[in-house]
Design a protein around this ligand. Structure first.
Ligand code: KG4
Ligand code: ZN
Length: 335
């Protein structure tokens, strides 16, 4: 099956073409084009929703035809069009949904609605030989959820952040350190140069019998640390702040994953989303998986952040269960 997919939930406009073999379920990503708006939003220190929608509207057509051209196909060859319709910025999602609707109905192709979080997790099927059921962590700039993936389309969220997302925590602390939006990747590099035991920060794993996180206390503690040092005229060691913060985040994330693995009894763990690109988290998860004898699957770096290849892959499984959108498909901001 040839699937064309569109993604526009936040600050990347993306289009991709995936060829999926119905017998073997082998996945070939023929094209995955991403037009990033990061440079525009960096001027404001974060994503400006109205600007994001406008930039998507301008980029969608161009990158879609670029993806088709790179795959050496035309719209006629496509079997279905998948689009991410939720969750995300409502205006941003609407541009992609309306664009995909137009393409699908003008070309008489089925339109497949795809949940963006399911897409992130489906990115792990591209390079790994894994199959549901398994436990998954979706960790991005907008979401941090522990999910019981019962099968390719049936998901149950069993843990979540009660406030900020993990990527947001990285980005907001980075911003106070003068690092442009989104600061997660720079924090990753800084952390490699610092002492992770230099500063004690509070855990983001909520105490008690639950699978929830809370990153706002950790974020505030780190920002207070930075402000206090500034007020006293003390020099801060940026590398130590990044390393200590990263260690606290990695330990917190793994604490709840450990509980979730015990609770569900799963032996496969998938970690996806933009923050799954973090080298220290990847390393920590590898050790955790070895200790617990788990099969660990993390998407390749290029499929961790927002992209449309992941939407095409999840779209395939949605199509297989007959999840075809009506003409009244709407965008939904909440998960
Ligand atoms: O999945 P994504 O591209 O967009 C959302 O759906 O939110 O994730 C973006 C988030 C940002 O917060 C960014 O700072 C973070 O992923 N991120 C990282 C790294 N690379 C991206 N965070 C920590 N370490 C990284 N290497
Ligand atoms: Zn995302």
């Amino acid at each position: 099956m040839l699937i064309l997919a569109i993604e526009s939930s936040c600050d990347e406009t993306a289009a991709a073409v995936a060829l999926i073999n119905d017998d073997t379920q082998d996945i070939e990503i023929k094209a995955s084009i991403i037009a990033s708006q990061i440079d525009i939003h960096a001027l404001y220190g974060g994503v400006v929703p109205e600007i994001a929608s406008r930039a998507h509207a301008e980029a969608l057509s161009k990158i879609t035809y670029e993806a088709l051209e790179k795959s050496n196909i035309t719209l006629k060859d496509v079997d279905a069009i998948a689009v991410s319709y939720a969750p995300g910025l409502i205006g941003a999602l609407l541009t992609g949904v309306n664009f995909a609707k137009g393409l699908a109905f003008a070309n008489k192709k089925p339109l497949i609605p795809v949940n963006h979080i399911k897409g992130h997790i489906a990115a792990s099927y591209i390079n790994n030989q894994i199959k549901p059921p398994f436990l998954a962590l979706a960790a991005s700039g907008g979401h941090t959820s522990i999910i019981n993936v019962k099968n390719y389309t049936d998901y149950e969220t069993i843990g979540r952040t009660r406030d900020d997302a993990v990527g947001e925590c990285f980005d907001k602390i980075a911003r106070v350190m003068g690092i442009p939006y989104p600061g997660g990747a720079v924090m990753d590099k800084l952390a490699s140069e610092g002492n992770s035991k230099a500063i004690k920060f509070p855990s983001a794993a909520v105490t008690g019998d639950n699978l929830d996180y809370s990153f706002s206390g950790l974020k505030t503690a780190a920002i207070n640390y930075l402000h206090n040092a500034e007020q006293k005229g003390e020099m801060i060691n940026r590398e130590d702040v990044a390393a200590s913060l990263t260690k606290t985040i990695v330990d917190s994330v793994i604490t709840k994953l450990d509980h979730a693995i015990e609770e569900t009894g799963y032996t496969t763990l998938v970690v996806a989303g933009g923050v799954a690109a973090n080298s220290h988290l990847r390393e920590g998860l590898k050790k955790f998986a070895e200790r617990k004898k788990l099969t660990l699957a993390i998407p390749a770096l290029k499929y961790c952040g927002d992209n449309a290849a992941m939407i095409a892959v999840q779209g395939y499984y949605e199509y297989k269960i007959g999840n075809i959108a009506e003409t009244n498909l709407n965008a939904v901001a909440r998960p």
